[in-house]
Design a protein around this ligand. Sequence first.
Ligand SMILES: Cc1cc2nc3c(=O)[nH]c(=O)nc-3n(C[C@H](O)[C@H](O)[C@H](O)COP(=O)(O)OP(=O)(O)OC[C@H]3O[C@@H](n4cnc5c(N)ncnc54)[C@H](O)[C@@H]3O)c2cc1C
Length: 342
Amino acid sequence: MEKILFLAHTDTNGNLPKIALETLNAALQITQGLAGSTLTVGLVGENVQAAADQIAACGATKILGVSGADFGMSRYATDVKAAEAIGIAAGATLIIVPGTSRFSRAIPGAAFRLKATIDTHVSGIQFTEGVLQVQRWYYRQRMMATLTRAARPWILVVDSGVFQPWQGAKGSAKVEVVAATITDKEKRTKVTGVEAPSADAQTIRPDAPILLVAGAGWTKKQADGQIHAKKAETLILGFLKNAKASLGSSKSLVDQGSEGEQVLTCMSHLNQVGQTGSTPRHPKGLSTCCHGEEPHVVGWRFINERRAINTDANCGWAQGKADVLYVADAFAVMAKVNELLA
Ligand SMILES: Cc1cc2nc3c(=O)[nH]c(=O)nc-3n(C[C@H](O)[C@H](O)[C@H](O)COP(=O)(O)OP(=O)(O)OC[C@H]3O[C@@H](n4cnc5c(N)ncnc54)[C@H](O)[C@@H]3O)c2cc1C
């Protein structure tokens, strides 16, 4: 019998972010899977009442909260104290946490203070003969491990996009206040503002239904012997706008800037997908002007339906890496696709 704690922080509006609602579903599944277990909710934020009301119907036995101005911002020292205080108050043996950037920084520190073991990037759960097992990937998503641990407390930091967000009616929840004592020294770090690109300049959209990947072919000489980088950029940005897609890239394309070649200004290294890049999660992916080599395609691990456009019928995508390969000129195809979408 486990004492399960779902621990989350509020966003700037006082609500729970989507990944927290996904993780709540994971915590509920674990509670149901481990007979006789109880679920407690722990919330951290400037004011946690709205978040508690948001999930009032989730079936938790109680909701604990650490709140106040000191806990509104993402700050390691105060977040660690809050998580530790809630972990102790709940007497938790299993602590399920969303892998937000804020908690990914603080929770390992809380694990140390709670003398807990911790597994991050949890991407699946299962039960074998009544024992909880979790899945996570290793070696840049090349190997998947299924593991369990006897040690308690056991903290699980859950990745986004794995579970469906919890949905339920709002209610009026009773929050039991947990005290976390903060010293002035622990408040030295202050978040003074957030610098974020404008919505149009923001090309990485984790929640987008489709990922468009652009490869180096977009900036290579085309059939007429010329490079058409400006046209490439217009076509790519046109698709992003029309399909509300997220933009990924091959390493070759994002490396070009540092190699002095003509570049697409909408690209940075943050867009790179692959072994030394990111492993985004989207229902669909469309690769354009990208060869589909293994170090790149390994980053497509979590893209469900894959299509590619390449002039080369023998490119990597043709070797069983895509569901559909269009052997065609991506400039012509994307111009037509944009026309249809518009
Ligand atoms: C240790 C290591 C780590 C690496 N990590 C990564 C990584 O994280 N991510 C990554 O992407 N790569 C990575 N690479 C590099 C990877 O092996 C490839 O070199 C890279 O992905 C190639 O990029 P590309 O397909 O865009 O370019 P290219 O290989 O140059 O391919 C361009 C493609 O565009 C096509 N093309 C050209 N014009 C058109 C057109 N008009 N219409 C349609 N198709 C067209 C061509 O046929 C060609 O297939 C790594 C390599 C190593 C050794």
